[in-house]
Design a binder for this molecule. Structure first.
Ligand code: IPE
Ligand code: MG
Length: 233
């Protein structure tokens, strides 16, 4: 979710106004994604690097997050949205942590649709945390070093029991990954759109999914291997 600041600047508004509008987009897109058949949506809401922004903006973002969680808890329960998080949650303000715990606990049994918030998230931190946990498991004998594989190691990532993303969309015209799900997105399709996050609509999401559907995912194979029938024609 990128472009809140520029959206505000274009209108002569303070950056936080862009973030406020960005939260509205989060609401819209959370339900638009489900309508379009998405089973899991991960939103990169706050990166480990975002702490380095001006204190005033960080404070406002944490305030907005708390406001959002308070307001959405009832909606998630009513509409059966399972909320999960990835990132160093222990680094967030205590009030936000409490709300996240409460919301994840109350929605944990909903199986059809999952909203994942990446908060205080960074892919490099995630690898370090996973390596540490994996090393501890090897040291305790719970894992055997000789059995190491992506299948075993990936169980120590924040995303342990989540599917890898099929599609990663970045808004606002930047063409970077910026430390988002680096390992999990190894085979994801990437779409970069110039639309600023506050303007990102259900139609934009539908267009991205339509483009995704036109692509051929080969996972290192040849086109003929993927579509033997089509190749024979
Ligand atoms: C993304 O919008 C929102 C967060 C990082 C929380 P930005 O704040 O990065 O917006 P720009 O990049 O300044 O336009
Ligand atoms: Mg930005």
């Amino acid at each position: 979710m990128d472009g809140n600041g520029r959206w505000a600047k274009q209108r002569g508004l303070p950056r936080i106004e862009g973030h406020r509008r960005g939260v509205e987009t989060v609401r819209t897109i959370t339900f638009a994604a489900r309508d379009l058949g998405v089973r899991q949506l991960t939103l990169y809401a706050f990166s480990a690097e975002n702490w380095n922004r001006p204190a005033e903006e960080v404070g406002a973002l944490m305030g907005l997050l708390e406001f959002y969680l308070k307001k959405e808890l009832a909606t998630f329960v009513r509409d059966k949205v399972r909320l999960r998080t990835i990132g160093r949650i222990e680094g967030l303000p205590a009030g936000v942590q409490r709300l996240l715990r409460e919301t994840t606990e109350k929605t944990k049994d909903f199986g059809d649709y999952t909203l994942v918030l990446a908060l205080n998230y960074g892919a490099r931190n995630e690898v370090v945390d996973a390596a540490r946990a994996y090393a501890a498991a090897v040291a305790s004998g719970a894992e055997k070093l000789n059995d190491s594989s992506w299948g075993t190691f990936s169980r120590y990532l924040y995303t342990a029991d989540m599917p890898d993303p099929d599609l990663v969309i970045r808004t606002s015209g930047e063409t970077r990954i910026s430390n988002f799900l680096l390992m999990q997105a190894a085979y994801a399709e990437l779409i970069f759109t110039p639309v600023l996050w506050p303007d990102f609509s259900k139609a934009d999401l539908a267009a991205a999914i339509a483009e995704y559907a036109r692509r051929e995912r080969r996972y290192g194979l040849t086109s003929e291997q993927i579509r033997p029938a089509a190749a024979a024609k």
